[in-house]
Ligand binder design. Structure first.
Ligand SMILES: *Cc1c(COP(=O)(O)O)cnc(C)c1O
Length: 213
């Protein structure tokens, strides 16, 4: 990450590594915490609840990002546990989050997921609807709204998707860009990522038969 940042003329400090611990047991995350890492991501609320309350008790400054789809009936639980929700992608979810934020007094930061590849099986707002949805979320969520997130299609050149996400963020005045995973985080950093989400590159291959995807 530092090399990619330097090659792009960016400060390595301007990029956060979100270590994606999904499908790895709590001891793997604890090992990274003990080594000094603090920012993690999970893609399922239930799995996050199984691992993270105890880890957060041990490491009070750990920061947990939700990077998977969020159902409205889990908003209460997600807001209670997560510090950043990266997958806001529809008005009803944004409103449910805003309600829960005001009720709970917790203040998770929010990112909007953009489905840059317009893949039907993926979450995210389509690119052509992004400007209007961002404006709506700026209304609904206010300063909690920080940036955009995308997951490019597996079989396409990711740089096109990262560049598109950057353009949408820039023209809407959003600062943060969550993009880039184990295979393409250098490219994402070159194109302005402020958060890269790396699982395999940090923890190794995920154990098989997990419920992700
Ligand atoms: C699993 C996952 C990652 C990490 O993927 P790796 O290829 O293991 O780095 C990043 N983002 C999201 C949304 C994920 O679900």
């Amino acid at each position: 990450m530092a090399e990619a940042a330097e090659a792009a003329g960016r400060s390595p400090d301007s990029i956060t590594l979100v270590a994606i611990s999904k499908a790895h047991p709590a001891p793997a995350a604890r090992q990274a915490l003990t080594a000094g890492h603090r920012v993690f991501g999970e893609n399922r609320v239930q799995e996050a609840e199984e691992k993270w309350p105890a880890l957060k008790d041990e490491f009070a400054d750990a920061e947990l990002h939700l990077v998977g789809a969020l159902q409205r009936n889990k908003v209460h639980r997600a807001v209670a546990l997560c510090d950043v929700i990266q997958t806001v992608d529809r008005p009803k979810l944004a409103r449910a989050l805003a309600d829960e934020i005001s009720k709970s007094g917790r203040r998770p930061q929010c990112f909007i997921q953009v489905n840059t590849g317009e893949e039907p099986q993926k979450g995210g707002i389509p690119p052509e609807a992004a400007d209007a949805f961002i404006a709506e979320c700026q209304d609904i969520l206010g300063p909690a709204l920080r940036g955009l997130m995308c997951i490019p299609p597996l079989d396409q050149e990711p740089s096109l998707h990262f560049a598109l996400l950057g353009e949408i963020a820039a023209r809407n005045g959003l600062q943060e860009l969550s993009m880039g995973m184990s295979g393409d985080f250098e490219t994402a950093i070159r194109l302005g990522a402020t958060h890269v989400r790396v699982g395999t590159g940090v923890f190794g291959e995920r154990p098989p038969n997990t419920k992700e995807r």
